[in-house]
Design a protein around this ligand. Structure first.
Ligand code: FMN
Length: 329
């Protein structure tokens, strides 16, 4: 009897009351404070990498402006080199360092083309860094695109493509393979994010027991649990964000998730997004079952499967343009 009352109070507080909501927010924010980065107190390898990405992206962004100012960004460049050297000392070389060296090579080339004298100590310091760390492949800086190539690439019926993507809750029995999943993520990975930080991850579960445990906690799969073939869990990486960015993790994570949905559609498979809107006590359980790192936040789950020859879906009528668009002149 006492247990029953306790459970009722617990369910009310965590599922229905504003107090429960507040507790969830506090839990969220505490995690964010713990794992997000601060410029003057970088700790983990991940924090360094995300911070460096944020900084060197300032330089690549500027290289793509209509008229970049010669010698722009000296303070940022010095900071990047200092922190990158610090990173190399602590964690060794890596992809992030190659990206930075490649970006700084572009920066040197740009300034040379603008007639800047590169013999000054500021540029020598950059040259030293680039020489030590550049790799054969260009992975940073700017790249040139041609309008004709873009026009060629978009010559397909996009409206039909998005119109035929729909949430599916009735999949075929055909197995989704690792090959299917890898193909999907070849395009899903190309998602925009704040300063190109890509603070996200997708976990894909193949073990039916794990899938079942996760779907038992997830509250929106009743009636189609067994139809879901594999389960994706999209997470955000708190180490990628800093002050004033506690919501950005959900924005970037949401964009990534949308791109996963579109990539699944493009691969000819079906998907259903599944919310992770539950109290932190449930979140803790999910974290454990899903084997997440402490710095990961839940964004959403996605059930995936092959599509049947014929099946029904909810109409899910969309709002008209004039309902969602307000033009300000
Ligand atoms: C973040 C998110 C969470 C969702 N959670 C669920 C869910 O738990 N269960 C479910 O059946 N559908 C879920 N959906 C699917 C929506 O119901 C569906 O996207 C919406 O009705 C629009 O339909 P469409 O996807 O066919 O365009 C979710 C969608 C999103 C974007």
């Amino acid at each position: 009897m006492i247990n029953k009352i306790k459970n009722k109070i617990f369910a009310y507080v965590f599922w229905q009351s504003r107090l429960g909501d507040l507790l969830n927010k506090i839990y969220d924010y505490r995690l964010f404070l713990k794992y997000s980065f601060r410029k003057d107190a970088l700790k983990s390898k991940g924090q360094y990498e995300y911070f460096l990405t944020k900084q060197y992206h300032i330089i690549e962004k500027a290289l793509g402006l209509p008229e970049p100012r010669p010698e722009f960004g000296q303070k940022v460049v010095n900071l990047i080199i200092d922190i990158a050297n610090d990173y190399i000392q602590k964690f060794g070389n890596g992809k992030i360092i190659h990206n930075i060296a490649s970006c700084l090579q572009d920066y040197l080339d740009f300034n040379r083309e603008k007639g800047i004298d590169l013999s000054r100590p500021y540029y020598q310091n950059i040259k030293n860094f680039v020489e030590k760390n550049i790799s054969d492949v260009k992975t940073g800086g700017s790249k040139e695109l041609l309008k004709k190539d873009i026009i060629k690439a978009i010559d397909f019926d996009y409206k039909q493509f998005v119109n035929t993507r729909t949430s599916i809750r009735n999949f075929s029995d055909k197995e989704v393979t690792e090959k299917d999943i890898k193909k999907i993520f070849e395009t899903a990975r190309i998602t925009p994010s704040v300063c190109n930080r890509q603070g996200w991850k997708a976990h894909v579960y193949f073990n039916p027991d794990i899938i079942n445990q996760l779907l038992t906690i997830q509250n929106g799969n009743r009636g189609f649990t067994n139809s879901i073939n594999k389960l994706i869990l999209v997470t955000g990486d708190m180490r990628a964000f800093t002050t004033l960015e506690s919501n950005q993790i959900y924005i970037d994570g949401g964009l990534f998730a949308m791109n996963i949905l579109l990539s699944i559609h493009h691969a000819g498979l079906g998907a259903v997004a599944l919310n992770t809107c539950f109290p932190y006590v449930q979140e803790k359980k999910v974290r454990k079952i899903a084997n997440l790192e402490k710095y990961e936040k839940l964004i959403m789950m996605i059930g995936i499967g092959h599509i049947k020859e014929s099946f029904k879906v909810a109409m899910s009528e969309k709002k008209a343009v004039n309902q969602i668009l307000q033009i300000h002149k």
